[in-house]
Design a protein around this ligand. Structure first.
Ligand code: UDX
Length: 435
């Protein structure tokens, strides 16, 4: 997120300095190489390299900048959000500001629980720097980037949310985002901005869990496909308005779909952090805990569906897709990875395939699973094949290909309705459909 923001702002003509305490990452960025996989980002980095500096010297970088964005990680530590990296960054910035001149604006971009910018970051920076609110401004500016789509999401944002502490800070940030003349800007206070980010992510996560609970009901009925149920629901004109005789299908429709549950670096940690925060302030967050429970159990549900539908002993499964979604090499909280772990815990061998995430998968599993470069090779010796990531390339595999390569009596469990357009086959099961 930090790098996408840096490159994206540089692309609108701003001079940007990237600070990271990992010298390897700094060297890579200087050479125009990406430390992560993100479509389109490397090209944009190379194009704007003249406007992008990268350094581990935070002091000089902070002195030279008018606006300092904090984009460090805020992981969930099992009980609550871990703000240690954020506090460290705030301390470093405060120290650097001791000897600096001129007005500075500190912007929190990391996802943080409500109140963090004003009650955690601001006091640390002011204390460390010895300065006052007249010399330093604070803001919270959440990001809404999707991995795999981050460049497009940055260049064509649906909204820019600026949680500011004064008119001066607002003007400074409007100038930072001056390249986005067509985008609606929401001006609010930092705590509301923090809450917007959590509410947005938990809302999207909620729709996924809702779809999965409905799907489990549909599976128990006769001849009901949850895809069709949701198609009917989405036709409500309050969800998909009809404008000039044409129905506008909302983007949310793709989240309202039965599957294997959500993963990735954001939804699981953000919903857990909001749930923990709501408990800490004595708000009984049943909906948040419920949606997390559904997500947790959906994985087991998918696994058991496979075991039930397969006639006979299951010795090996194949996971087609270990990335938590297509176009990323990120395997954090990935359903494919978690399903593989579940199988290993049940003494079932695992074969895996992915197009981009295989190196990260190797780092995660070592020699505990078998790796394949071709999906059809990965399925040959397995009893159950789980399609867990909707890589478009899997669509190119025909049913004849599957039939030729699947072992006798083997089945395929389509956990994400990737093959919903295809005709029924006795060896293929889809999550969310009664059969
Ligand atoms: C998410 C938010 O979408 C983004 O706005 C925020 O800034 C960061 O968190 P990201 O985690 O990258 O972004 O990906 P997203 O595409 O939203 O996927 C999250 C989970 O939802 C994945 O497990 C994915 O499989 C699932 N998902 C995604 C769906 O079920 N349906 C979809 O249409 C898209």
């Amino acid at each position: 997120m930090g790098l996408v923001t840096a490159v994206g702002l540089a692309n609108t003509g701003k001079d940007v300095i990237c600070i990271d305490n990992n010298p390897e990452k700094i060297e890579q960025i200087k050479k125009g190489h990406l430390p992560i996989y993100e479509p389109g980002l490397e090209e944009l980095l190379i194009k704007n390299l003249a406007r992008i500096e990268a350094t581990s010297d935070s002091k000089a970088a902070v002195w030279d900048s008018d606006v300092i964005f904090i984009a460090v990680g805020t992981p969930f530590n099992g009980e609550q959000i871990d703000l240690s990296y954020l506090k460290q960054a705030a301390k470093e910035i405060g120290n650097a500001l001791k000897q600096s001149n001129g007005y500075k604006t500190i912007v929190v971009k990391s996802t943080v629980i409500p109140g963090t910018t004003l009650d955690v970051v601001r006091p640390i920076v002011l204390r460390q720097s010895g300065k006052t609110d007249d010399e330093i401004g604070f803001a919270m500016n959440p990001e809404f980037l999707r991995e795999g789509n981050a460049v497009e999401d940055f260049m064509f944002p649906d909204r820019i949310v600026l949680g500011v502490t004064s008119g001066r800070v607002e003007n400074t940030l409007r100038a930072v985002y001056s390249g986005f003349t067509r985008t609606e800007i929401l001006i609010t206070n930092p705590t509301t901005a923090e809450m917007i980010k959590y509410t947005a992510n938990s809302f999207l996560a909620l729709t996924i869990s809702y779809a999965n609970e409905i799907a489990r009901i549909c599976e128990k009925l006769i001849e009901v496909d949850s895809e069709e149920v949701f198609r009917g629901v989405i036709m409500d004109k309050r969800i998909s308005p009809i404008i000039n005789g044409k129905r506008i299908t909302p983007g949310i429709a793709s989240y309202l779909r039965a599957g294997i549950g959500f993963g990735g670096s954001c939804f699981p940690k953000d919903v857990k952090a909001l749930e923990a925060y709501s408990n800490s302030i004595k708000v009984d967050g049943k909906l948040l805990s419920g949606l997390l429970y559904i997500n947790e159990t959906q994985l087991m549900h998918v696994f058991q569906t496979g075991l039930e539908k397969h006639k006979g002993k299951v010795k090996q499964i194949t996971i087609l897709g270990t990335a938590f979604k297509p176009d990323t090499d990120d395997i954090r909280e990935s359903p494919g990875i978690r399903l593989a772990e579940l199988a290993l815990e049940n003494s079932i061998n695992v074969a895996v395939h992915d197009y981009i995430a295989i190196n990260n998968t190797k780092k995660h599993f070592g020699d505990k699973v078998e790796y394949f470069e071709e999906p059809l090779e990965a399925i040959r010796t397995s009893d159950i094949v789980f399609v867990t990531t909707i890589w478009p390339q899997y669509q190119l595999i025909t049913d004849e290909d599957f039939e030729k390569n699947l072992k006798k009596d083997a089945i395929l469990v389509d956990t994400r309705s990737h093959f919903k357009e295809r005709s029924d086959k006795p060896w293929r099961y889809r999550i969310g459909v009664s059969r």
